[in-house]
Design a protein around this ligand. Structure first.
Ligand SMILES: Nc1ncnc2c1ncn2[C@@H]1O[C@H](COP(=O)(O)OP(=O)(O)OP(=O)(O)O)[C@@H](O)[C@H]1O
Length: 316
């Protein structure tokens, strides 16, 4: 890589241990301007630890974070000023209006009264809260509070926006609004680093995805590139009655089954050829009195990729 590459963020060989837990193990990736990069992994995989190091809040044991080629460290303010960091915990004052919340942070960042008012009005528009700007935040929905929170990360005009599970705990409609906001921000040229354990979000929103498992980046690429890692493999979804753990154990023993994960009220199976192996799966389950209510053969998705790479489900 040369110094004039268009990468906004470059992480090289990041490592972090907490006592005897290796939270992040040799993670490297880059994000270009206008690109949305998703870190996808289950709870505890190390996503928050990675982005805390990117945001300069946590010092890596090894490795570097560079923003436009300039190292980020916990001791310096530059180039942290180029990063908008939106952590999981909401920092919204409920008894202030949306506009007052943003103005408070804009003034803390040293903007004059006039400059703050102008910037806040712009950010309220970006996050779609102009109509409700003068209502107190305590009357906002969870999704609106999240968007206000994202707005706080945009006040200082960052070039890199870092979002830690920004849709956690919001309803599907608000989730869509948040994702629309993020897409617009990427179109405007921001580089976006996004963490999620929702496969659907990563698939819809991210140009490239880094799959994180137990602190390691186990694969990286576009959705198409990641699915191509599976080769000629199919995904079978089964809805079953009764003991899901037992059904999972039975399915795992069928020779043609490459991976099994319990999900919701059913099982996801990774197989070589669904049509060929389905009879064996169904008869093995029937022999063990597992009742199958529905069978679907689907295109592989990022969940299947995760199952293939780790042998486990992304989420239960
Ligand atoms: N301050 C800390 N002290 C000790 N262990 C920690 C600390 N922070 C994180 N860990 C551990 O490091 C690992 C990675 O945690 P991290 O929060 O980065 O995962 P995550 O992928 O962001 O999960 P989640 O989606 O639940 O936030 C976990 O095993 C966690 O328990």
């Amino acid at each position: 890589m040369t110094t004039d590459t268009p990468e906004v963020l470059s992480c090289k060989g990041l490592r972090k241990r907490f006592d005897d837990v290796t939270a992040v193990d040799d993670v490297s990736f880059t994000i270009a301007a206008g690109e949305t990069y998703g870190l996808l992994g289950p709870n505890g995989a190390g996503k928050t630890t990675i982005i805390s190091m990117v945001a300069g809040i946590l010092r890596p044991d090894a490795g570097d974070v560079l923003v436009e080629g300039v190292p980020v460290s916990t001791r310096t303010t530059e180039p942290k000023g180029r990063i908008g960091y939106v952590p999981q915990e909401l920092a919204v004052y409920p008894d202030l209006t949306g506009r007052e919340n943003l103005t408070f942070f804009a003034r803390l960042q040293g903007l004059s009264r006039v400059a703050a008012a102008r910037r806040v009005a712009h950010v309220l528009g970006v996050v779609g809260l102009t109509d409700r700007a003068d209502d107190r935040a305590e009357h906002y929905s969870g999704g609106m509070r999240r968007r206000l929170h994202i707005g706080m990360g945009l006040l200082h005009e960052p070039i890199l926006l870092v979002l830690d599970e920004p849709t956690a705990g919001v309803d599907p409609q608000s989730r869509n609004a948040i994702m629309d906001n993020i897409r617009e921000l990427a179109h405007s040229g921001l580089a976006i680093l996004y963490t999620t354990h929702y496969m659907e979000e990563a698939e819809r929103l991210c140009d490239r995805v880094g799959v994180i498992d137990a602190g390691r980046l186990v694969a990286e690429g576009t959705r198409r590139e990641l699915v191509a890692l599976l080769g000629e493999r199919d995904r079978i979804s089964l809805s079953v009655d009764g003991d899901l753990g037992h059904a999972e154990d039975v399915a795992r023993l069928v020779p043609a089954v490459l991976g099994v994960a319990a999900r919701g009220r059913g099982l996801e199976l990774l197989v070589h050829d669904a049509r060929q192996c389905l009879p064996a799966v169904l008869s093995a389950l029937a022999e063990e009195d597992v009742r199958v209510r529905a069978v679907e053969v689907d295109e592989p998705n990022l969940e299947t990729v995760f199952l293939h790479l780790t042998g486990r489900a992304l989420r239960g």
